[in-house]
Design a protein around this ligand. Sequence first.
Ligand SMILES: Nc1ncnc2c1ncn2[C@@H]1O[C@H](COP(=O)(O)OP(=O)(O)OP(=O)(O)O)[C@@H](O)[C@H]1O
Ligand SMILES: [Mg+2]
Length: 372
Amino acid sequence: MFISTRSPLVPVVALGLAAAIFAVDALTPLDVAIAVLYVAVVLLSVAVWPRRGVIAVTGLCIALTLIAYGMSHGFAQNDAALARCLVSLAAIAITGFLALKGQAAALALLEREEALNQARGQLAHASRVSTLGELAASIAHEVNQPLAAIETHGEACLRWMNRPEPDLGEVRTAVQAMQRDARRASEVIRRIRGMASQSAPAFIALDVNEVVAESCDLLRRELQRHGAGLKLDLQSDLPAVKADKIQLQQVIINLVMNAAQAMAGAGARERRIEVRSFVDRGGDGQNGQHADAPAVVVEIADSGPGFAPDDLKRLFDAFFTTKQDGMGMGLPICRSIIESHGGAIRAWNRAPQGAAMAFRIPVAASAVELPA
Ligand SMILES: Nc1ncnc2c1ncn2[C@@H]1O[C@H](COP(=O)(O)OP(=O)(O)OP(=O)(O)O)[C@@H](O)[C@H]1O
Ligand SMILES: [Mg+2]
């Protein structure tokens, strides 16, 4: 039977084993260094107890070895038995020492990994806030539009009420429109607050299409500014993926902004961005299929200049940029986000022209039901 190291059975097994070794060592006339087996108890203790626990278990094993020696040999002179006892004590002490060192190294590694994750999160957050700064004009417009509409509906509402015979039907329609616009404005603000917040990632089941649509909503004005048209081609009934919504938004916004900037930067005459979503069912690695698990793929393609062949290899390197005011952190951050979701991201040139980037995120285990 396989016992996981986190299993509550481990302490029971460790203590049971220690008791069994002690019983054999103290109560049977076997002339073998049975106490050496205490090293197994010490090794088991590392998996479940912290430093102090391991020291206590090592001390206990040493004490049991000495007690068993005293019980079975007393003060009688027996060099062979004494040598066996000393070998066992040395084995237990060395194992305890090495186990503690190993445990400390593993803990340090975990701490470093945690610090790295934290730093990654902070970097992603800083980049999000900087993107929001770039989008400020676009966002202001997105909020302003429904506010202006509310004002217009409010004026209409007053006019209908100020009539000698107020038309309550029209008043109701205008108030409903005001409610709708107010909801739209607060929705935009909610999304921006989400992007600006620095909360720990929350991996929940998400509809990628919704995230794509919301991200593109925030970019609408920015794309107009760059003279770029946007077409969404989203496969309906996508299975859910387990992802952090804000981080996924950040990736989509980065990729669409890159496409718009590349086309504007190159002065492309035709500026088209196409965002596609679909399911990649993965494969078993046979017949030329790749062996990936089923995934939702989002592809962002543009009609810009594409990537220079040499740049393709460096796109995801930190600080690689061909823009005068670029930081070169957009794509490395996208990759780290997608990889933290168990996915992958790649870039290629389209024929006859344009760049394309796609990322894939594995379908959530509970949603492997794929559309036919
Ligand atoms: N759609 C695209 N078409 C052509 N080149 C692209 C495209 N997307 C990215 N690139 C190239 O990849 C480089 C790196 O992109 P990345 O997003 O990492 O940094 P950046 O956009 O230069 O700066 P920032 O950190 O502000 O995003 C860009 O400078 C550009 O040369
Ligand atoms: Mg960028």
